[in-house]
Ligand binder design. Structure first.
Ligand code: ADP
Ligand code: MG
Length: 436
């Protein structure tokens, strides 16, 4: 049972954690309860599974540091799901593969002209899977909300008692699992895993392009599910017909249902997104500043969030409220370089210095983690900050082929979502590159 004392301690810890790691602060932290505090261990309970996972993945360090600063003792922090919620009535089951992110719901998704069709079709499908648009194919550039919508469909469909099971995974994960099923001679197990679900959701299917055998396998899985009127939802960075080396029979099937394109957000949508994200972080954001951010950052929505984080961090560092002047200062570097292209060389320079590795090592065949990780980070940053093709990026890093680069981008992108250490390294690297 929580006492007044533990409740007060939790309140103080939350306030401190917000300062230590503003990007991982959420409004729903107000639902957290301190259930026990003894023997140097603080137990914090959380109302649902996805949120508990979010805390475990992202907040362990900031909460522990906050707890130690607040109490002046060595304290460790543990997160658990509220006992009463431990065995939900909901029959829907999302298979492992992608961790459902509590931030990515329909509620937190801002609808505008660029994504209206995609959002509406996702809502429709989550309410009557298999019946409306099958398959549903979403495509658009990076950072425009495809993954967000896929998470939202899964969370929403899970609440519907019609859905028994969902498989949700990245295409890369699908291909990897297929390859290991072949290696272990467990193909039929692999097949039944995907052909018996009520809903199959695969993110970034453009990854299939260089995997002929996986395309063949996926073709049969697609047919099995489709014939049984099971829902299939796919996302990609381009329209079905634009994905290179994709078999014609898959291209035509991907077009059987609804193909929805996501376009970059309009100015009004960007303003609304900044306000929504600020609200979800429990941050008050004056209208004129939301407008200022939306004006400065026009490309993708991940960068919009990055700008919000920079401003929030600046406000904390200078113990000031968020004003236009502060926002200008925080985004100054971003603005100063507007119109100027970042080069791969600048990225490589910053990354090699940051991780203290040599360019020759990045270009070598060495696979040790201390080299492989910076190399993959270079690829990821080059992909998101420059207009170079995967091949060109691979060329700068020891002549690696485009699948290797794509693999690195997906991997670091996934880590950016799930690993707060990687995220803060990326934020810092981006800041340094933008200053360069
Ligand atoms: P993609 O998969 O298309 O590359 P993501 O789904 O990963 O893009 O979106 C990148 C970030 O932008 C996520 O944090 C997501 O929450 C946010 N985002 C994208 N579109 C919207 C939107 N319409 N409303 C709110 N947040 C959005
Ligand atoms: Mg995505």
């Amino acid at each position: 049972m929580a006492t007044q004392d533990t409740t007060d301690i939790l309140t103080a810890i939350l306030a401190r954690a917000r300062m230590l790691d503003p990007a991982n602060t959420r409004k729903w932290f107000s639902e957290l309860k301190a259930t026990r505090f003894s023997g140097g261990l603080l137990q914090i309970s959380c109302p649902d599974e996805a949120k508990t996972r979010f805390l475990r993945d992202n907040c362990k360090m900031s909460f522990t540091r906050a707890a130690q600063q607040v109490t002046g003792h060595l304290v460790s922090v543990n997160f658990h799901i509220d006992d009463k919620k431990e065995s939900p009535q909901i029959p829907g089951q999302i298979e492992a593969g992608v961790r459902i992110h509590p931030d990515y719901t329909f509620e937190s998704f801002v609808v505008g002209p660029g994504n209206r069709l995609a959002q509406a079709s996702c809502v429709a499908v989550s309410h009557s899977p298999g019946d409306t648009y099958n398959p549903l194919f979403l495509y658009g550039n990076v950072g425009l909300g495809k993954t967000h919508l896929l998470h939202a469909v899964c969370q929403e469909a899970q609440q519907e008692s019609k859905i028994r099971s969902i498989q949700f995974l990245s295409c890369e994960e699908y291909v990897n699992r297929f390859i290991s099923a072949i290696e272990q001679a467990r193909i039929s197990e692999f097949q039944s895993q995907f052909r018996t679900v009520d809903m199959l959701v695969i993110d970034d299917v453009q990854f299939l392009r260089d995997h002929e055998q996986s395309q063949e396998e996926f073709f049969h899985t697609f047919n099995a599910l489709y014939n049984n009127r099971k829902q299939i939802i796919l996302s990609a960075d381009s329209a079905p017909g634009q994905i290179p080396s994709l078999e014609d029979r898959l291209i035509s099937r991907f077009k059987w249902g609804l193909v929805a394109r996501i376009d970059p957000p309009s100015y009004e949508t960007r303003v609304a997104i900044v306000k929504k994200k600020a609200y979800l972080r429990g941050l008050s954001m004056p209208e004129e500043i939301a407008e200022y951010i939306a004006h400065k950052v026009q490309s993708n929505i991940r960068e919009l969030e990055g700008a919000l984080t920079l401003i929030h961090a600046e406000a904390i560092a200078s113990s000031q409220a968020i004003t236009l002047e502060l926002a200008r200062k925080a985004l100054g570097d971003m603005t100063a370089r507007a119109g100027r292209q970042t080069s791969i060389t600048e990225i490589i320079d910053v990354v090699t210095q940051y991780y203290d590795v040599r360019l020759a090592d990045l270009q070598s065949k060495k696979r040790h983690q201390s080299i492989a990780m910076p190399r993959q980070i270079c690829m990821y940053l080059a992909r998101s900050m420059t207009r170079h093709s995967l091949e060109e990026i691979g060329g700068h890093l020891g002549g690696r082929d485009h699948t290797t680069v794509l693999h690195a981008c997906n991997k670091i992108g996934e880590l950016e979502n799930t690993d707060s250490q990687v995220r803060s390294q990326l934020t810092e690297l981006t800041r340094q590159i933008q200053k360069a």
